[in-house]
Design a protein around this ligand. Structure first.
Ligand code: URA
Length: 217
């Protein structure tokens, strides 16, 4: 696992030598993987990314009664909110809920304005975020524009910690998100070489949303 510090105050974790994440990523990349199996591997990888992203969350101590007596117990001491960026981010949500079942959910819809080429928010609904640990689910960090916009919006709502969960990123996307959002964290399964002329990550895995939902590209 690479813990790369992109610049002061930023925190980027790349799970590129984690074989458990790697096996899921390999299946997501494989062009023969069907949508049914793509959803399965996205779910598994969502769990792995979420467990890494939540490291360091404050804990809350309590007591639980076992059949033989009182035992000390701990749990998360902050609200956890998962925010998929529509629509690809929905693929990671079931896996996040598998390991963080009490996570609340917000949603962000972003589309690129054809004239300005800037991300435009067409949908934004989140629970109260004061003090929350927020996981932004954005599988493909290409230019980083959508994720960076999402992080800004969530920061403005009072989130304590914002972490972007990504499957495949580019260095360019990571640099944009970290330079525009001091304090943000990124956890990604891989950093790939480059973007092609259509904005796709190479080698990447293609269009995550299309492959997740079986829509023709
Ligand atoms: N979005 C995708 O789904 N795939 C890419 O390669 C880039 C952005």
């Amino acid at each position: 696992m690479t813990d790369a510090v992109a610049d002061a105050g930023s925190d980027v974790t790349v799970l590129d030598d984690d074989p458990i994440a790697g096996v899921q990523l390999a299946s997501l990349r494989d062009h023969t993987t069907t949508p049914e199996h793509f959803r399965h591997h996205a779910q598994r990888l969502g769990s792995i990314l979420a467990l890494r992203a939540i490291q360091g969350i404050p804990s809350e101590r309590r007591e639980v009664m076992s059949p033989l007596g009182a035992a000390a117990a701990i749990g998360p001491g902050a609200t956890i909110v998962a925010v998929p960026v529509l629509r690809a981010g929905l693929g990671l949500l079931p896996g996040v809920h598998d390991v963080l079942p009490t996570a609340l959910v917000g949603m962000i819809g972003l589309e690129r304005d054809a004239e300005t080429l800037q991300a435009r928010r067409y949908y934004f609904k989140v629970p109260p975020l004061d003090g929350a640990w927020v996981l932004v689910l954005e599988p493909m960090l290409a230019t980083g524009g959508s994720a960076s916009d999402a992080v800004k919006a969530l920061d403005a709502e009072g989130a304590e910690q914002v972490t972007v969960l990504s499957v495949v990123a580019t260095q360019q996307g990571i640099d944009r998100i970290t330079s525009e959002n001091p304090g943000v964290r990124i956890v990604t399964a891989a950093i790939d070489e480059r973007l092609d002329d259509n904005g796709y990550i190479v080698p990447g895995l293609g269009d995550f949303g299309d492959r997740l939902f079986g829509t023709p590209h």
